[in-house]
Design a binder for this molecule. Structure first.
Ligand SMILES: [Zn+2]
Length: 503
């Protein structure tokens, strides 16, 4: 939290005090008030859904909004947890009502500005929405998993010297605690459903329960429940279980999964993939996106391999994470209440299983050149009746969706770079402190946002999407063009950065 990305885009830092401990939170002007609230909650060590109040040194309540007044380490805002989604001592409704009435009182007494009232009413709306989602929110993972992992790392450090050859305990999250509940049904506007089909969709607009409803909508709209002969309740329980399995990493979290899935859904419509793929292929595409980073620990393959983690040992250093994501996907489906494939024929299950495994494994970037070469190789004789050709196209599709953030408008894409760098920096900090090799693009002392993005867009994204455009010319305007604009944006930032350094 306090060690946010060192970038000129971090515009504010506030100081907090939680139960006698001090911390700071840095945030950019690009985030929303809700995200700031979640950032403070997780920084304070609460579940990110927890409600809390901030008090200044005079004891007055301070509203959490982007216009929050800067303070100093000597006058931190005191963070007090009001309720937690998992706190069962008082009813959730009572707690939220208490927060609302306390905040409301403070507002009418102390704040009169229109801006603030507007911000307050959106917060009120969001709190009300969360009331409905409380049942569901209980299943959202907390940051605790990553912290436990870090705890294991620091325990390791106190007992080992030199380069570790450790076998980290790797505990997947237990889904037994999941109650067989569904999430609240949310009425999705026509506008939201229309935007869902576009690569330019603002994926930050949607709360987690809305994301679940939107994914469910994709299955309905493409008529995929019928293709796998399953019912809505099983689909919902499976989606909840999948979401529960995603950890609260800065980048590899459920919202990333939603982004990739939404981009795939956009591609299905944009490229009219229903005309060339059958329903099972569409199920394979969507399901693979939904599960492609499930139970990601926030530490990449090179870390897994260098640290000799349990995953690296289990999978012999061969795509340890992607193998794990695929294995967890099918472990979940072993449970009858989550098994959306329980009614398909043996033959279809075999096809679904191998298709999903192939696609999840294809998201390992170490396979990038190999898959690109195969895709270029099939272009002259492309045949949608050829299963191998179809496999390679699907692999390219999931790969491109997985790394497609920069295709989105800058205000949607740029916060993801901060999230990714935060995850990288955490990893490189662990690597430095345990004597493991540090990848330069993950080192907080060496990388900046523009430098990280320029190379990636120029040498990975643009060549990949240009190759895609040769088969799917429809991607030129909605995908390739914004990507080139994004490159210009970061080149401009780089010039500003260089100029600042010269001063
Ligand atoms: Zn991913």
């Amino acid at each position: 939290m306090g060690n946010g990305v060192s970038s000129q885009h971090i515009s504010k830092k506030i100081y907090l005090e939680v139960a006698g401990k001090n911390l700071s939170v840095s945030f950019s002007g690009g985030c929303s008030s809700q995200e700031l609230k979640e950032l403070i909650a997780t920084g304070a060590g609460f579940n990110r859904w927890s409600d809390f109040t901030l008090e200044d040194h005079t004891g007055s309540l301070v509203p959490v909004s982007l216009s929050i007044a800067p303070n100093t380490p000597r006058t931190p805002y005191r963070v007090q947890r009001i309720s937690s989604a998992t706190n069962g001592s008082t009813s959730d409704r009572e707690i939220v009502n208490e927060v609302l009435s306390r905040v409301s009182e403070e507002i009418s007494r102390a704040f009169k500005s229109q801006d603030f009232l507007h911000d307050f009413s959106s917060r009120l709306e969001s709190l009300e929405k969360r009331m409905e989602a409380l049942k569901y929110a209980e299943t959202i993972p907390s940051r605790g998993d990553l912290e436990n992992y870090h705890q294991e790392m620091s325990e390791f450090q106190t007992h080992h010297v030199g380069v570790p050859s450790i076998v980290l305990k790797y505990g997947g999250k237990d889904t037994d605690s999941l109650a067989p509940v569904t999430y609240p049904k949310i009425n999705l506007s026509d506008q939201a459903l229309e935007s869902l089909k576009r690569p330019s969709a603002n994926i930050w607009d949607w709360e987690p329960s809305e994301m679940l409803c939107l994914i469910e909508h994709m299955f309905h709209e493409l008529d995929l429940l019928r293709a796998i002969n399953t019912d809505e309740q099983t689909l919902q329980q499976w989606l909840l279980a999948v979401q529960h399995k995603y950890r609260n990493n800065p980048f590899h979290n459920f919202r990333h999964c939603f982004c990739v899935t939404q981009m795939m859904y956009g591609m299905i419509h944009l490229l009219k993939l229903q005309d060339v793929f059958d329903s099972l292929d569409l199920v394979i595409l969507l399901t693979s996106c939904i599960c492609h980073d499930i139970d990601h620990p926030g530490l990449n393959n090179s870390y897994q391999i260098n640290a000799h983690t349990e995953l690296a040992i289990r999978y012999n250093d061969i795509s340890p994470l992607e193998n794990h994501h695929a294995a967890v996907t099918f472990q979940l489906l072993e449970r009858s209440e989550y098994n959306i494939f329980s009614n398909v024929s043996k033959e279809d299950f075999k096809r679904l299983r191998s298709g999903i495994i192939e696609l999840i494994l294809a998201t390992d970037m170490s396979k990038h050149s190999e898959i690109m070469t195969s895709f270029k190789g099939i272009q002259p004789t492309l045949d949608y009746n050829n299963n191998n050709h179809k496999k390679i196209i699907k692999q390219m599709l999931i790969k491109s969706c997985d790394i497609s953030n920069e295709v989105r408008p800058t205000k949607v894409a740029e916060p993801w770079v901060d999230c990714l760098l935060e995850e990288y920096f955490r990893q490189s900090d662990i690597e430095k402190s345990t004597g493991l090799p540090v990848t330069p693009f993950m080192d907080r002392d060496k990388v900046t946002k523009p430098s990280a993005q320029i190379g990636f867009i120029k040498f990975v994204l643009i060549p990949m999407f240009e190759t895609m455009v040769m088969v799917f010319p429809q991607l030129e305007d909605p995908v390739l063009k914004p990507l080139k604009e994004s490159l210009e944006h970061y080149e401009h930032l780089k010039l500003l950065e260089d100029a600042k350094l010269e001063q």
